[in-house]
Write a protein that binds this ligand. Structure first.
Ligand SMILES: Nc1nc2c(ncn2[C@@H]2O[C@H](COP(=O)(O)OP(=O)(O)OP(=O)(O)O)[C@@H](O)[C@H]2O)c(=O)[nH]1
Ligand SMILES: [Mg+2]
Length: 395
């Protein structure tokens, strides 16, 4: 199976709590505060890995957590930084939040994006010492890390993609022109998952070509297999439209184009090279006089004998539009095409650990959220909590 979708849950690490400690030395009965700061929580990061083919490494609704930051301790020891959790995804993976908003598009090998930021650490009690408060008996707690549900969608990145009816000879063509060895057989839907191949030119240039399952009439509405994979054509810059010349070529050519148009996403605007395949099956050299602006050139080939294949390969290198540069105008490497950082959560309130329990400062949220935040900060049933002038016990 080829998995081009996954839904997962990610949670960044909680920030470490600030230390609540006083210096203890021989002959120093009352040392000053020496609680160090907590460490920041780890982030959850996606990395585009060129060796991955699909998203099958993810189980449905799998949860991923990054490490929490270490707590600050006495002698001004700061807590350790929580380790990031790196999730490897295939190149071409798009990350969407649960409202369908595109957060990141990992369109280049090695692209990295932080999808959930670790929580800020709390400050140790040393930081709260002032001339009038020389022995602060409290320290700040760390903040929770960001947590979100994500939809991952793989949209293959290939320079060109093969389209055509089942059995037209798409996989045979990919075997002829590239290093890929997709299965070929004389029944429809032999190819059930996309395959990428690399085509080398004699000058040392390379192009990637995607072979996707064949399309039939109604594919864009879900007939056959093809519709599931049409998304993998979206990022191609050229289509290799393969037609079996022993069939009714104009009719078949038009039927595929109708499916591309009905699918949308501008697939019907992509330039095409028409490949009249199985030329060995007809007595005359096949021709197709087509009046269509998208068609850059028509080649007659035989994947069985190899006739016309070299010419087609040359045409592919000549006609495939150049890839957009991976570097933006300002010189920055474009790791992802779209990324809308979510605003950093403002702290409307802070929680401090005191030597008696916990203290809340600022504008606390509703009771349920405050309780959850207190428990996350280490409060338990019976813990003493000060909010403003009031002190209560956590129920
Ligand atoms: N005679 C002849 N047969 C061919 C040629 N190219 C492919 N075939 C045969 O046509 C059949 C289908 O070829 P495939 O390459 O599997 O076709 P496909 O378009 O990938 O088909 P699906 O994966 O099912 O969509 C196989 O039996 C091939 O051997 C050709 O040039 N001449
Ligand atoms: Mg095939």
């Amino acid at each position: 199976m080829f998995h081009d979708r996954a839904r997962i849950h990610v949670q960044a690490g909680r920030g470490g709590d600030g230390g609540l400690s006083f210096r203890r030395e021989k002959h120093v009965p009352k040392g000053g505060p020496d609680g160090g700061d907590g460490g920041p929580g780890g982030d959850v990061v996606f990395v585009a890995a060129p060796d991955l083919r699909d998203l099958s490494a993810f189980r449905p609704n799998q949860r991923f957590k990054a490490e929490r930051g270490g707590s600050g301790r006495g002698a001004l020891k700061h807590g350790a930084t929580g380790e990031d959790t790196e999730l490897r995804v295939p190149v071409g993976t798009q990350v969407l939040d649960d409202s369908g908003q595109l957060l990141a598009d990992l369109a280049h090998p090695g692209a990295r994006v932080v999808v959930a930021r670790g929580g800020a650490p709390g400050r140790g009690n040393k930081r709260f010492a002032t001339p009038t408060r020389q022995a602060p008996r409290f320290a700040e707690t760390g903040l929770p890390g960001e947590e979100l549900s994500l939809d991952l969608r793989l949209k293959l990145l290939a320079d060109a993609a093969l389209v055509g009816f089942p059995n037209a000879g798409k996989s045979s063509l990919l075997r002829r022109i590239s290093n890929a060895k997709p299965k070929v057989a004389d029944y429809p839907f032999t190819t059930i998952a996309p395959v990428l191949g690399t085509v080398d030119s004699p000058e040392g240039r390379q192009l990637t070509v995607a072979d996707v399952p064949g399309l039939i009439e109604g594919a864009s509405e879900g007939v056959g297999l093809g519709h599931e994979f049409l998304a993998h054509l979206e990022r191609a810059r050229l289509l290799l439209h393969v037609v079996d010349v022993s069939e009714d070529v104009p009719q078949r050519f038009a039927a595929i184009n109708r499916e591309l148009e009905q699918y949308g996403a501008h697939l019907d605007e992509l330039p095409q090279i028409v490949v009249l395949n199985k030329a060995d099956l007809v007595p005359e050299q096949p021709v197709f006089d087509v009046d269509d602006d998208r068609v850059l050139r028509v080649y007659a080939v035989s994947c069985a004998t190899g006739a016309g294949i070299d010419e087609l390969k040359r045409g592919l290198f000549d006609l495939c539009p150049a890839a957009p540069p991976p570097v933006a105008e300002d010189g920055a490497l474009v790791d992802f095409l779209v990324y809308r950082p979510r605003p950093r959560r403002e702290r409307s309130y802070r929680i401090f650990r005191t030597d008696r329990g916990f203290r809340v400062e600022g504008t606390p949220p509703d009771e349920a959220e405050l309780e959850a935040a207190l428990r996350a900060a280490g409060a338990r049933t019976g813990s003493e909590v000060e909010v403003g002038e009031e002190t209560f016990e956590l129920a």
